[in-house]
Design a binder for this molecule. Structure first.
Ligand code: 4AD
Ligand code: MG
Length: 478
């Protein structure tokens, strides 16, 4: 008999029809009621074994975590909590599970910290099932959003010879013998002998390669893994994370901000429309978690309210200069409550400042633009004031920066100047510079951190819990 997914069984009219379900045991009560989950939905299927109809030795093997196949009749349920159930005719144990050794018992609800240590099993919990289904829906929604607008999905390389952000923090890729690498006359490691004949690393961003395709296909996006070797042990940083990077010819910074707003509002609405059950579960979960915090640290809105809030409110746009004025005169700055005090124009904003603007001052998502050029990447378009660049960051409640982007410097001389000013390796950027020689065009783009989006949409509080196998300093298990 063919298996039906539990999600579909739960949506069927119960008419005593024969069905088969397969999945993992969540609980087994009274030697009679088995609740089974197959990950197709957060809901479990109740399978009812009639007393004495099944061999005692088989019953003893129905432990939490075991994998089962049940066949029987789909009938209306007499019990509370479910509309239908399966009256079991045949039961097969597909995989036993040692109850003593299995770490996911309902009795002792495991902490998220502990679950990270058993990331191979945490997918079997309601929380991780819900988070990963939402994650999937968001990935799908992203492709739908861009496809509907005629953007072309470009696969930019994972291994690159350029450093998009101009910052250190990259993972090297090499096949040289680590104990005995070839060296040149000066004793430096000779990358001419390396696999690619040059130094290479894992990409920190697909942007620069993405720009080449935007300047041919007009509107493109990348969506792939990116890697940062910074030693950031925070709840918002991963060493391996996924990024969505649209890049558009003929867009200025304002068009860019509008696209970022449209994308985020679309995705949050997509989640509300398509992940109802999972979001209701996560809403309750995050409510319970909030309740364990002291009153003054609780978030004012519940998860679902926060999501609706984003779809219903425009994002506040203001310049970096205006933001610095607000922050300078803010209470936490005057009372020296900020860890990093804002004293002068030109300083980089920390997450505490971003969150103050969003959560306390404006109480809505914020887009900051026109940052000092000194704290932003070389490729951003220089403004006429000679001090700022056409950068933009989108800031979200609870998250801080969720998107970073800019209008790009499309003027060859200006870009070359900046590359030289910052002593960037001109020889590695020759192709990027050439784009400005051969039919340059105004263009813009941004990067949306996929896991930061998932954090926001699921209400989870640690980025390590919204990616299947997190990579962070000191951890590459699994
Ligand atoms: O601001 P970032 O570094 O921008 C870029 O990489 C640009 N090249 C993007 C572009 O214009 N095409 O990163 C973009 C976003 C951030 O706003 C943040 O959401 C996320 O990527 N991000 C991280 N997410 C998780 N872990 C990290 N270590 C992250 N670093 C950045
Ligand atoms: Mg940034």
């Amino acid at each position: 008999m063919k298996r039906t997914k539990i999600k579909d069984l739960l949506a069927s009219q119960p008419a005593g029809q024969s069905v088969k379900a397969e999945g993992w045991v969540r609980t087994f009560r009274n030697n009679q009621f088995i609740s089974i989950n197959d990950g197709s939905t957060i809901q479990n299927l109740q399978a009812v074994v009639e007393l004495n109809s099944i061999d005692e030795s088989l019953l003893r093997r129905i432990n939490t975590g075991a994998c089962l196949a049940v066949e029987g009749e789909l009938i209306a349920s007499m019990g509370k909590g479910q509309a239908v159930e399966v009256k079991v005719k045949e039961l097969t144990i597909l995989g036993d599970c040692d109850a003593e050794a299995f770490p996911l018992q309902l009795k002792n609800r495991p902490s998220l910290e502990y679950l990270r240590e058993i990331a191979h099993l945490r997918a079997r919990t309601n929380t991780f099932g819900a988070v990963m289904r939402v994650r999937h829906a968001m990935a799908f929604g992203i492709h739908k959003f861009f496809n509907d607008r005629g953007f072309v999905y470009i696969h930019t390389p994972i291994i690159t010879g350029s450093d998009a952000e101009g910052a250190g923090a990259m993972f090297r890729v090499t096949t040289l013998d680590e104990n005995n690498p070839q060296r040149d006359e000066q004793g430096h490691i000779n990358h001419k002998e390396d696999f690619f004949g040059k130094e290479t690393n894992l990409t920190v961003s697909g942007q620069l390669e993405g720009e080449t395709y935007a300047l041919a296909l007009s509107e493109i996006y990348t969506f792939g893994p990116t890697f940062r070797a910074e030693n950031s042990n925070t709840t918002r940083h991963l060493a391996e994370f996924w990024m969505i990077e649209p890049e558009m010819a003929f867009y200025d910074i304002h068009d860019n901000m509008q696209l970022a707003t449209d994308l985020l509002q679309y995705l949050v609405k997509y989640a509300l429309d398509n992940c109802k059950e999972d979001l209701e579960f996560l809403n309750k979960r995050s409510y319970d978690e909030e309740a364990t915090k002291p009153q003054d640290q609780r978030s004012e809105l519940g998860l679902l309210d926060r999501l609706k809030f984003v779809t219903e409110n425009d994002f506040q746009r203001l310049s970096y200069t205006e933001a610095i004025d607000i922050l300078k005169n803010s209470n936490p700055n005057k009372k020296k409550k900020f860890q990093y005090l804002i004293d002068e124009w030109g300083v980089d904003l920390q997450s505490e400042h971003e969150r103050y603007l969003v959560e306390k001052h404006f109480k809505k998502p914020v887009i900051l633009y026109n940052y000092p050029k000194g704290i932003k990447a070389f490729y951003m378009r220089q403004n006429e004031d000679d001090k700022t660049v056409a950068a933009m960051d989108v800031l979200f409640p609870g998250i801080g920066e969720i998107i970073g982007g800019s209008q790009r410097e499309e003027r060859y001389d200006r870009l070359l100047n900046r590359v030289q000013e910052l002593s960037l390796p001109e020889k590695d950027l020759w192709w990027y510079l050439e784009l400005r020689k051969f039919g340059s065009a105004p263009h813009s783009g941004f990067g949306l951190g996929f896991e930061r989006l998932i954090l926001f949409v699921t209400g989870m509080t640690n980025i390590r819990d919204v990616i299947p196998f997190p990579r962070f300093p000191g951890n590459a298990e699994f």
